[in-house]
Design a protein around this ligand. Sequence first.
Ligand SMILES: [Zn+2]
Length: 199
Amino acid sequence: MQTSRCIWVSSAFLFLVPLACALAQSPEVSPQPITSRGTHDYRLRLYNTHTAERIDVVYRRDDTYIPEALAKLDYFLRDHRTGDVRHFDPRLYDILSDLIASVGHPGGEIDIVCGYRTLSTNESLRAHTTGVAKNSLHIQAEAIDLRMPGVDTLKLRKAALALARGGVGYYPHSNFIHVDVGRIRQWCFDCPANLVSGD
Ligand SMILES: [Zn+2]
């Protein structure tokens, strides 16, 4: 009887030792290697309403922007009147990515109404149309005008305002919104009174 009891204790002891060791070591266990965690790709699909070009590109992987993809986007968003290319602030792409996810269309195609504008193009637009700012952030490649097929542009505007990551302009008569990475502000161009506030 005594022998049996000793064997039982011994077995339990042998079992508990590795467990205790494991518990003792747990604070020192390294986090899983990055390679086994899986990566998060940030993808954009865009259609340029002026050039009729399309782009489908992964521009960021985890926290790293992909230079080759940014270069493609810079070209895609060029001033279509002059062909000039300027490097865009990639935070705009994050805004676009988060924007379409927030309206329930992650990965959906966005219509680009305007990307980069040279100073001369901006001046020309100012001379011939209304609603174009003299110091537009399009000139700095820090603004994009867009709409999204199948998504009410007013809903898109509200979603952009909720992100609160920069300026948001609403142009209901032309059916697009402007987003930029400037200071947080909002405007509504030629809007009926009930739409001015953006609430
Ligand atoms: Zn704009």
